[in-house]
Each structure stands twice: as C-alpha cells, then as structure tokens.
Design a binder for this molecule. Structure first.
Ligand SMILES: Nc1nc2c(ncn2[C@@H]2O[C@H](COP(=O)(O)OP(=O)(O)OP(=O)(O)O)[C@@H](O)[C@H]2O)c(=O)[nH]1
Ligand SMILES: [Mg+2]
Length: 413
C-alpha cells in the first residue's frame, strides 16, 4: 500500500513544473510509485518512486530526458503513462512471482506427489476408477448413461508411502459439453500438474470409438507431444474376467482387429490393464461382493503404478506455450485490475477506461496469436513427421485454432 501523503510528497518534489495529473500505485515489489503527467509546451510522463527510508524520490522522464521532447496531446501522454505503469507493474510482478515460486520449489513437497490424470469417453468409468484408486466415494459416478462429471476434481491419496494426486476430468465426446469445453477441462487438469504428470490413464470400457481416438491423438499431438504416450496407460474397465489372462489376450486381439488407429494407439501406450469396478449403488446383497471385486481391481492398478518408475512427463511444447503467453496474460490481468480501480472522480475517467479496454483486447489478440502460432507449428511438424509432407492440411491447423482459447484459459484459470 502506498503511504497516505504520497501524492503531496510527489507534487512537492516536482514543484518547479506544471503537473497535470498524478496517478498513485504500488507493485508487489514497491509500495510508493507514481505516474506524473506534466505540461510545459508539450506533455511529459514520469515514473516516480519514493523511498520513505531515505525520504527520496527517484524519477525517469518519458519519452526521454530532453525537456523539448514530449507528447502533443493529453490522450497520447495518458497512453504512454498507462504503458509505463504497466511495464513497471508486470516486471515487478513477474520478478516477485518467480522468486516466490523458486522459494516454493526449494521447500516444496510437491516433488513427492505423483499426479495422475484420468481421461476417456463419457461413462467409461473414470470417476469409478478414481474412487477405486483413492479407496473412497469422493468422485461422483453416474447412475445412468448421462454424462456425470462436468468439472475436474482432484483428490490426494497415499499408497505404499507414496503420495498421488488423482485428477478426474469430464468425458471426451461428453453429450452435454461442447468438445472445446472438454478439451479446456482436460487442459485445466493437466495444468494442475505443474510439476509434470506421472501417468495419464486413458479409460475405456471397450467401446473405443473413433471420436475418442481422434480426441486423444489431438491432445497427444497438439496440447501435449509425442512423449506423452510413454506415460499413458490404457485402462479397460467393465471387464468381469479381468483376472483371467487368456480372456484378456482374446479381448486385446479383438480390439486390435477393429481398426488400425486402435492398433496404433495401443502400441503407442506404455501399458494396457484390465479392471472391473461395478457400481456400489446396487442391491444390498451385492455390495460386499462388488467391494471385493473393486479391491481386486485396486490391487492390479497399484501393481501397475508401482512399475511406472520415477520419471514424470513434462510436455515441453505445452510449457513453452505457457511461458510464451505468460507476459501478455500477466499484463491483461493487471490492466483489468487497473480498469476496475479507476477513480470515480478522475476527470479523464472515460478516456482512461477506453485506453484500458483497447489494451486488454490487444493483449488477448497477442496471446491468441502466440498460441495459434505455437499450436500450428507443432501440429504441422507432427503432420509432416507422420506423412512426410511439406504442409499440414488446414483442417488440422483449424482443429488447433478451435482449442486455442481452451489452452489459454486452461493455463491461466
Ligand atoms: N460393472 C462395471 N460398472 C462400472 C465400471 N466402471 C464404472 N462403472 C459404472 O458405470 C457408470 C459410469 O461410470 P463413471 O465412473 O461415472 O464414468 P465416467 O467416465 O466418470 O463418466 P463421465 O463423468 O460422464 O465422463 C457408473 O454407474 C459406474 O459405477 C466397471 O468397471 N464395471
Ligand atoms: Mg465422471
């Protein structure tokens, strides 16, 4: 918070020049900042910082220190003032954030949490699986064939002394949410895994559809990257004979026969496991039996997790994108706060609000452009890799476009 009489101190400091406007603000790094707009023949903008410990004001003049140079209108000066303030706020914010996140890393126990992301078709049994892994009923399972999970939900569990964070997501091809929304939720889920993903469990109840395969491939190539396959385990649910190896083998053969994309998907995954997690919302007589079946599934899941090793998956492309758009998104957030905190009695209220709104839109456009570029670049190089062509067809690029907003919002929600 700036000190109460900061404006007075600033005005006294600049008492030899004609001041048109003083805007007081603070940043996460410095409390006592001000933007001063002055006018002689032209307008000039100054960033002034007061240090109460030594009672001193330091300032920098824009466009430069030459008193003849300046802005011809107040509007131009205000635009520059907003830019100078924004630059100072965003630099200080990013600097302080990176220091605190470094501190968090230093004494962070999140290193020891293994994040597991559940994805798959609506009704494939993700929430049931999340309950089985966590040995709880915290995740809501659907009672009918309607899509149940609308938002991501995560719960922590300790298994054999290792902490896991289980993230449940809405179903791909969810009947009620547009596919863009589902992608967004999955990205949100992935964003929770700031320190990397330990495993993605791609849950299927056998009806592995083309939509599901395509959605996974889209995520794999555009949001994540090729490397994610080695951290993906296909989990086949609804399989009563899950403990009978011969039957599993037959089922796998049957799935593979269905189409080439499935072969490719199964081949690219790290592993495939079979479970059965019948609903506990059943007749009283069956509850004990179904609980035992779930326990047997749990054992299989835990055994599978214990073979996954120490490494976690960090989608390099995904993180490079989040890094790329960090600055425009931070600027947008600051501009929004500044817009909301314009003084009601400010004579330039309307003008300031218009400039803020224009700049917020600029930041959005800039971030989307960066994201689109990033996604297109990746989808094209992926397509080239697979097809040895020079250019990806536009529909692949367009698919990327459709999820850009999802990616941006997912990263910053
Ligand atoms: N018999 C049997 N039933 C299961 C199995 N897995 C899930 N179910 C049941 O199938 C229904 C759907 O499972 P959910 O876990 O809610 O499915 P979901 O993938 O989370 O679905 P959305 O949230 O809509 O995407 C629920 O009634 C579950 O209890 C399984 O392996 N065997
Ligand atoms: Mg669910």
């Amino acid at each position: 918070m700036p000190i109460d009489n900061l404006e007075q101190i600033i005005r006294e400091h600049f008492n030899t020049i004609r001041i048109e406007k003083v805007i007081i603000f603070s940043t996460p790094k410095e409390d006592n900042c001000a933007i001063v707009i002055s006018r002689v023949t032209v307008y000039a903008v100054r960033l002034a910082i007061y240090d109460p410990k030594v009672g001193e004001v330091k300032d920098k003049r824009y466009p430069d220190s030459n008193p003849v140079n300046g802005y011809t209108t107040l509007k131009k000066a205000l635009r520059q003032a907003i830019d100078v303030r924004l630059e100072k706020e965003v630099n200080d914010t990013l600097e302080v954030n990176s220091l605190t996140s470094q501190k968090n890393l230093d004494n962070n126990d999140s290193d020891n949490v293994r994040t597991i992301l559940l994805i798959g078709h609506t009704g494939s049994g993700k929430s049931a699986l999340a309950n089985v892994i966590t040995d709880t009923t915290k995740f809501k399972e659907s009672e009918f064939t309607v899509a149940e999970t609308r938002n991501i939900q995560s719960e922590k569990v300790v298994i054999n002394g290792i902490r896991y964070n289980i993230i449940d997501t809405p179903g791909i091809a969810d009947t009620k949410l547009p596919s863009n929304e589902v992608h967004k939720k999955i990205v949100e889920g992935a964003c929770q895994a700031k320190d990397g993903l330990y495993q993605i469990l791609f849950v299927t109840n056998g009806k592995l559809t083309q939509v599901e395969i395509e959605a996974y491939n889209l995520l794999r190539t555009i949001i994540f990257d090729e490397g994610v396959s080695q951290y993906t385990t296909l989990v086949r649910t609804n399989f009563p004979s899950f403990q009978d190896k011969a039957v599993l083998y037959d089922d796998l053969k049957k799935m593979i026969k269905e189409n080439n994309d499935i072969v490719e998907l199964i081949r690219s995954c790290r592993d495939i496991i079979y479970v059965n997690n019948p609903s506990l919302n059943c007749v009283e007589n069956n509850i004990e039996m179904f609980k035992n079946i779930r326990n047997a599934s749990r054992k299989i899941l835990i055994d599978a997790l214990s073979t996954c090793g120490e490494n976690t998956y960090e989608a390099k492309g995904f993180y490079s994108l989040s890094h790329r758009i960090k600055e425009p998104m931070a600027k947008k957030e600051i501009l929004q706060q500044n817009l909301e905190s314009i003084d009601e009695n400010d004579p330039q209220r309307e003008l300031l609000a218009t400039i803020y709104r224009e700049k917020i839109e600029e930041m959005d456009t800039y971030a989307s452009e960066l994201a689109r570029y990033d996604i297109m670049e990746r989808s094209q190089s992926e397509y080239r890799r697979e097809n040895s062509l020079q250019r990806a067809p536009t529909d692949l690029a367009n698919n990327g476009n459709a999820i850009i907003t999802a990616v941006i919002q997912g990263l910053f929600s």
